[in-house]
Ligand binder design. Structure first.
Ligand SMILES: Nc1ncnc2c1ncn2[C@@H]1O[C@H](COP(=O)(O)OP(=O)(O)OP(=O)(O)O)[C@@H](O)[C@H]1O
Ligand SMILES: [Mg+2]
Length: 351
């Protein structure tokens, strides 16, 4: 088995001993030995590495510092400490800091099983990260599909059913002008009422599928949401933006709009709030939307409830757009949810 191993070790004798041990166990080791921080940084930059095996005490370095350097680089290679003597407290500290194992030089045969276990654990972490990434990409893709399906359905309803209703309205008006007899006129009058109801339903469905305010841009759309929320629920909802117009891509626009929609729906459903504030802030690199209420606050288990997908969906959607969300809440003192998305590279902001 090929193994790229990076050794932090000042003793060539110990290094050779460890190499021999790994080779006897069947590893085709491709190894580099470093003994200073600079050496380690340079070698890490030339990764990937399958494992870092570090002595504990070196003249110019220590395993604790080496582990910190490894963590800083963000590489997820197992880190195993091999030491002549290491106190239990130091070993525990190292494990807490993220070391995978520690081996006493007096018990070197433990190295190979420890290495195998650490490699397997690193591999399963890698697979988990890959699965999470795929899930995130899938959920971003589903959001896109959902938005574009909504748009397409809205267009169909508007053009098709909308057109038919308009035709019916004209015919009905003609009939009302030419018909005689009270019973017929009464029927026609009923038909007109039904037709108006149907028009109202179509308008409502269209609004829900593809809010027309989205065409007016993010500032106008969120402002409309705030007013609509106040009107529907009788709770004052105040909107401010640091800029009058902000140009963003369609993906960001619908993410911001749906985020606000979910946050306001949650407030209406759960918060028992007296007032709500919506704040939009854009600078050249990011756009941030914060929705704050003064209601009951989040319960401790709110973010892991089964059957609750709102907050989870917000998080996934933000991550898919390389952004993040932050939820702050104190029991009885309201809730604030914040979404921040990068504008850099956004198709809309380039305009
Ligand atoms: N503004 C808020 N104030 C108080 N509690 C909230 C607020 N927002 C969310 N919560 C709590 O957090 C839980 C999770 O919210 P989430 O939006 O994920 O799910 P949901 O609203 O219950 O269901 P779904 O959004 O899937 O229809 C809610 O059930 C509620 O208890
Ligand atoms: Mg919800």
């Amino acid at each position: 088995m090929p193994l790229r191993a990076l050794f932090v070790e000042d003793s060539p004798t110990d290094y050779n001993l460890l190499l021999r041990l790994l080779r006897v166990a069947g590893y085709a080791v491709d190894a580099v030995r470093v003994e200073t921080e600079t050496g380690l940084r340079d070698a890490l930059a030339q990764g990937p590495w399958d494992v870092v095996i570090s002595d504990h005490n070196l003249p110019e370095f220590s395993s604790t510092a080496a582990l910190q350097v490894l963590k800083e680089t963000g590489l997820d290679a197992p880190f195993i400490i091999v030491s002549g003597a290491i106190g239990e407290d130091i070993a525990v500290e190292a494990m807490i800091a993220g070391a995978d194992d520690y081996i006493l030089k007096s018990r070197l045969p433990r190295l190979v099983p420890a290495l195998k276990r650490s490699l397997a654990a690193a591999e399963s972490r890698r697979q988990e990260r890959a699965a999470q990434l795929r899930l995130r990409q899938l959920s971003a893709h589903l959001e896109e599909v959902k938005e574009s399906e909504r748009k397409a359905i809205a267009r169909e309803i508007h053009d098709d059913i909308g057109g038919l209703l308009t035709g019916l309205t004209f015919d009905l008006a003609w009939l009302q002008n030419h018909a005689t007899g009270d019973r017929v006129l009464e029927r026609l009058h009923n038909m007109q009422a039904l037709l108006e109801q149907a028009r109202g339903s179509v308008q409502r469905i269209l609004r829900e599928l593809r809010p027309p305010m989205l065409e007016l841009g993010v500032v106008a759309a969120l402002e409309w949401q705030a007013q609509d929320f106040s009107r529907r629920h009788g709770i004052p909802c105040h909107f401010v933006s640091n800029r009058e117009t902000i140009t963003v891509s369609d993906a960001l626009l619908s993410a911001l709009f749906r985020f606000c929609q979910e946050a306001l729906t949650n407030i209406a459903k759960h918060a028992r709030a007296q007032s709500v504030n919506i704040e939009l802030f854009a600078d050249p690199s990011n756009i941030t939307l914060e929705i704050t209420d003064d209601g009951v606050g989040l319960a401790a288990d709110s973010q892991s409830k089964s059957g609750s997908y709102g907050l989870l969906g917000m998080r996934e959607r933000a991550a898919a757009l390389n952004g993040w969300i932050e939820i702050n809440s104190a029991q009885g003192r309201g809730t604030s949810v914040m979404l921040s998305l990068p504008l850099a590279g956004d198709a809309g902001s380039a305009a």
